[in-house]
Design a protein around this ligand. Structure first.
Ligand SMILES: Cc1ncc(COP(=O)(O)O)c(C=O)c1O
Length: 428
């Protein structure tokens, strides 16, 4: 039976169908704002007909794309694209073994190079971060207590809900507030403690004060679990010869802050900066070995396509040779946008200079108009509508990549300037 149609009454032949699906109507009502936008807005659920560099064509309109997470531009890099055919010749398109059954040697090569890049003890790769949160958080939390960042990414939340269904308790600590975490941990008697939070935040573009959170977690014997989906590939170790304040090598938040992996498990993905379907968990070998027999995605899930494994490996090569130059360009473009916003007097929560720049609208009901205005002015962004974000944070998110052009940034700033002049955006 179709699980989506338990409430549908089959009418007699020839009669019009009667839909009796109150649960479906309930959900459509809960997500009404988003549902209307999805159905009517050109910048939602769009069909992209063609790309040319960072320009995209939707129907007969060409737009500058500021909604891509391909921060380093690896999706368009000839050297990376050309690495794919040889891997397909060697391995076919898709091995289709679960990892426990068998993994092409490409996985060993990726984990070895990743472990070296991150400077951690060991690492394990699985198809997506979502797979990792859903399976690894419940294993690490067991029947203990999870301390969850109140603004953690939805996929972390969902992983914690799975853990809760298996007996874990959840306590929330305030966003960007290590003192609140400290107070909650001090009051807790459960000896099994897991702290779950984001690295670079996918909306504000700011990293947390990782050393402060790590110190609190260590002091209370808690394991810190950090999702740096957006930081990996962008931020990295700080050095005297660094090409930008993002640091070097893109080796993620722990190295960026000069912290250690003691009591810290780092999760990240290749689907943003490395433009490939793969994700990782950096952890001690002891945890990796446990996950290899206990984490369902390792045991049962279909693997990442071979093309993605090839683009990750080629991405490591490009990152070593050209990554720091690409990050310098990414920083320059991001700074141009942030300085432009400052000159226009437009508010953004971005304090970090990283390439994720959210711009809240003055009135959340105007998001439809604001999005259409940007679209009509040749600018494509991510709409952050309710209930994707709380009503007071509704706006749009701009993401820069190293292959956006200055011309595209000028078009973006011109459109934002016009919106600001019409009073649609929040003043700084
Ligand atoms: C912070 C964060 N975590 C996890 C995810 C999901 O990653 P994946 O597509 O690898 O499951 C995203 C995607 O937007 C994200 O921003």
């Amino acid at each position: 039976m179709n699980p989506l149609s338990p409430g549908v009454v089959q009418p007699p032949a020839g009669a019009p169908s009667v839909r009796r699906t109150p649960w479906l109507d309930h959900w459509l009502e809960v997500v009404q704002d988003l549902s209307i936008l999805r159905a009517t807005h050109p910048m939602m659920d769009a069909v992209i007909d063609e790309v040319d560099g960072r320009m995209i064509r939707v129907g007969d309109r060409w737009l500058a794309d500021f909604a891509s997470c391909n921060y380093l531009g690896f999706d368009l890099d000839r050297e990376i694209i050309e690495a794919v055919p040889a891997a397909l010749d060697a391995w076919g398109t898709h091995p289709s073994w679960s990892r426990l059954l068998g993994s092409p040697v490409l996985y060993e090569q990726i984990e070895e190079r990743l472990t070296e890049l991150l400077g951690c003890e060991d690492s394990l790769v699985l198809p997506t971060i979502t797979h990792i949160h859903m399976s690894v958080i419940p294993l690490l939390a067991a029947s203990g207590t999870i301390f969850l960042d109140a603004r953690a990414h939805k996929t972390i939340y969902d992983g914690c809900q799975v853990a809760k269904s298996r007996g874990a308790a959840i306590r929330r600590f305030n966003f960007e507030d290590p003192d609140h975490l400290d107070a909650l941990l001090s009051a807790e008697r459960d000896p099994t403690r897991l702290v779950c939070m984001d690295g670079v935040n996918s909306m504000t573009g700011n990293p947390p004060d990782l050393p402060a959170f790590a110190a609190v977690a260590r002091r209370h014997g808690a394991l810190l679990y950090v999702d740096d989906a957006h930081g990996f590939g962008v931020i990295g170790e700080r050095r005297a010869d660094e090409t930008s304040p993002y640091g070097m090598r893109g080796n993620s938040i722990v190295r960026h802050f000069g912290d250690t992996y003691d009591n810290t498990v780092l999760v990240g993905g290749f689907s943003k900066s490395y433009s490939s379907l793969l994700a990782f968990i950096a952890c001690p070998t002891e945890i990796k070995d446990m996950l290899k027999v206990a984490a369902p995605p390792y045991l049962y899930s279909g693997p990442s396509p071979v093309a993605s494994l090839a683009t990750v490996l080629a991405g490591f090569d490009v990152n070593e040779r050209r990554g720091d130059a690409l990050r310098a360009e990414l920083h320059r473009l991001s700074r141009r946008v942030l300085e432009g916003l400052r000159e226009l007097g437009v508010a953004t929560p971005n304090r970090s200079g990283l390439p994720i720049i959210e711009i809240p609208v003055r009135d959340h009901t105007r998001i439809d108009f604001v999005g259409r205005f940007l679209f009509e002015n040749g600018v494509y962004v991510t709409l952050a509508a309710y209930p994707l974000v709380p009503k007071d944070e509704v706006g749009f998110r701009v993401q820069l990549t190293a292959v956006n052009t200055d011309e595209e940034v000028s078009a973006l700033l011109a459109a934002i300037g016009e919106l600001a002049a019409r009073g649609e955006l929040r003043p700084a």
